[in-house]
Design a protein around this ligand. Structure first.
Ligand SMILES: [Zn+2]
Length: 260
């Protein structure tokens, strides 16, 4: 996982609003608890970081501005250069053709449907092959990084096809297992696009007390979303077969565009 920049970005606001947002953000930060995870301190000044981030986003064509000292929702540094992203199946996934079909279908109805993102290939992986390497194994679903950090990484995205020991409620019957596989796939591929957990945002309301998990982002594109598939406080997220919220759809479209 990359180090946290200590920045956050929000949709571009007029000058006075930006000043107000910066002020509110600084106040919130001053009152907040220290981060539970130790991360390397930044060597450059905060204003320098913001300027550099603004420049990077301007080049990337993303209409957002950084806000200092808060956390975000996606890590813009891990955005793939092209929305056409290669995927391959690791050896562990090769016996699961039915599950592979569910995963591909779930992606086509979610991230791909809402944006220019296209997951392509789905061949058997060879070592060092470009793209996301997907394993299907009976352990916790997870990724070994965000976005293009997963490029060429062996077993970089792991999904569970059986649920014998992890989330065993998903093994109750075949429709439940299929729904869980679809939902987990859309969530983990969200990480593979650069999305971080929604509850990690600093504007998470107190009514959401799910623990922070994973690294933070540096870019907020949409309002805090209780229905996001990336939000642990969305308790239905694993029971909806990978359905994206409107906020998820808007965000991926902003991040990767919608022109194929
Ligand atoms: Zn996650």
């Amino acid at each position: 996982m990359p180090g946290d920049t200590g920045q956050m970005l929000m949709v571009r606001a007029p000058g006075p609003w930006r000043v107000l947002l910066l002020g509110i953000t600084a106040l919130v930060q001053a009152c907040s608890k220290p981060e539970p995870r130790g991360e390397p301190a930044e060597s450059s000044s905060a204003s320098g970081q913001v300027a550099a981030t603004e420049e990077r986003l301007r080049i990337a064509g993303i209409d957002a501005i950084p806000l200092m000292e808060t956390k975000g929702w996606v890590d813009s540094r891990t955005k793939w250069a092209s929305p056409r992203i290669a995927v391959c199946w690791e050896q562990s996934a090769l016996g699961y053709s039915r599950e592979q079909g569910w995963i591909k279908d779930a992606l086509s109805k979610s991230w791909e449907d809402a944006s220019a993102v296209q997951f392509v290939g789905f061949t058997a992986c060879t070592a060092g092959q470009p793209g996301i390497h997907v394993a299907l194994e009976d352990s916790g679903a997870r990724t070994l990084g965000l976005g293009r950090e997963l490029d060429k990484v062996s077993n970089g995205l792991r999904l569970n096809p059986a649920f014998s020991s992890w989330n065993s409620w998903c093994a109750a019957d075949e429709p439940t297992r299929e729904s869980c596989i679809r939902a987990n796939a859309v969530h983990e591929f969200g990480h593979a696009l650069g999305f971080v957990h929604e509850q990690n945002r600093q504007d998470t309301p107190t009514s959401c007390n799910a623990p922070r998990q994973g690294s933070d982002g540096d870019l907020v594109l949409t309002p805090w979303d209780p229905d996001s598939i990336m939000n642990y406080c969305n308790r239905d997220r694993m029971r909806q077969s990978g359905r994206l919220s409107q906020g998820d759809r808007d965000a991926v479209e902003k991040f990767y565009g919608n022109e194929i």
